[in-house]
Design a protein around this ligand. Structure first.
Ligand SMILES: C[S@@+](CC[C@H](N)C(=O)[O-])C[C@H]1O[C@@H](n2cnc3c(N)ncnc32)[C@H](O)[C@@H]1O
Length: 249
């Protein structure tokens, strides 16, 4: 599995989706009712860029869950080097079936990963793990405009047909039993924190896997996604949704 072109491309890069520490901090600071030592779950943590940032913002404990073991080993190495093994625990697990007691989390965090289970399903299923008044913070690919050029519309309809505008997601959030406290769009710089190292990796692997068709095709697809963002980044973005569990549903 780890030799698959996807994992070879997505190796040794600091983050696995668009984001930046500034936005992680901004979203966290919008939560003003957390207990002093919150129990936090970071779903689809990847190599843990946001996990590490959260650890600077709270004295709570963070459980970082991902399915891909090499990402967890990377995060564990960092955690040990920084003396944070008491604060950050890793769990290899599946976001579709997470092994935690009901109502055990004060905060569930997930940057660029809820799309895997689906925004609506993730909201509904993860709610059970949240303590009363607990918070859910996710970032999700979101249309920024009502109208879009055909090329980018077609690309996302093929690759992520569930993409919506924020207004439509707001309805889903209320229906799923949350109050939307805030939402904001990740600045463009956050995309380049992901795409810049990814693009460097694409260039490196082009040479390393010269003549290997499957890998070259995967590299073309990755490059295409980056090029489309350059061209159409005004039409879509990653939105952070900061939500609180409603207790009466
Ligand atoms: C786009 S990456 C985002 C990673 C990280 N949050 C970041 O922003 O850098 C999505 C992550 O979800 C993980 N993942 C994929 N399917 C999963 C599943 N079923 N359960 C848990 N994690 C999963 C992947 O291994 C990957 O680390």
């Amino acid at each position: 599995m780890s030799n698959h072109p996807f994992f070879e491309i997505h190796k040794d890069i600091p983050r696995e989706g668009p984001g930046n520490n500034e936005s992680t901090r901004k979203a966290f600071r919008l939560l003003n009712g957390l207990p002093a030592h919150p129990n936090i779950l970071d779903v689809g943590c990847g190599p843990g860029m946001q996990t590490k940032e959260l650890a600077t913002l709270t004295e709570g404990t963070i459980t970082a869950l991902d399915r891909h073991e090499p990402f967890l080993r990377e995060l564990e190495k960092w955690t040990a080097e920084h003396g944070l093994t008491q604060q950050i625990k890793t769990v290899q697990g599946d976001m579709f079936d997470m092994p935690f007691p009901q109502e055990s989390m004060d905060l569930i965090w997930s940057e660029g990963a809820i799309y895997i289970i689906g925004f609506e399903r993730g909201l509904r299923e993860w709610r059970k793990l949240l303590a009363p008044n607990g918070y859910l913070v996710v970032s999700e690919l979101t249309w920024l405009t009502q109208e879009r050029p055909d090329e980018i519309e077609a690309f996302w309809m093929e690759n992520y047909p569930a993409i919506k505008q924020a207004e439509a997601n707001e309805g889903i959030i209320e229906e799923a039993g949350y109050h939307l406290l805030h939402h904001f769009t990740l600045p463009e710089a956050g995309w380049w924190e992901y795409y810049r190292p990814l693009q460097e990796r694409v260039a490196l692997l082009r040479e390393r896997y010269d003549g290997q068709v499957e890998m070259q095709q995967a590299l073309d697809e990755t490059q295409r996604e980056i090029d489309l963002y350059k061209k159409y980044g005004a039409y879509y973005g990653y939105a952070f949704y900061i939500m609180q569990r409603q207790n009466d549903k």
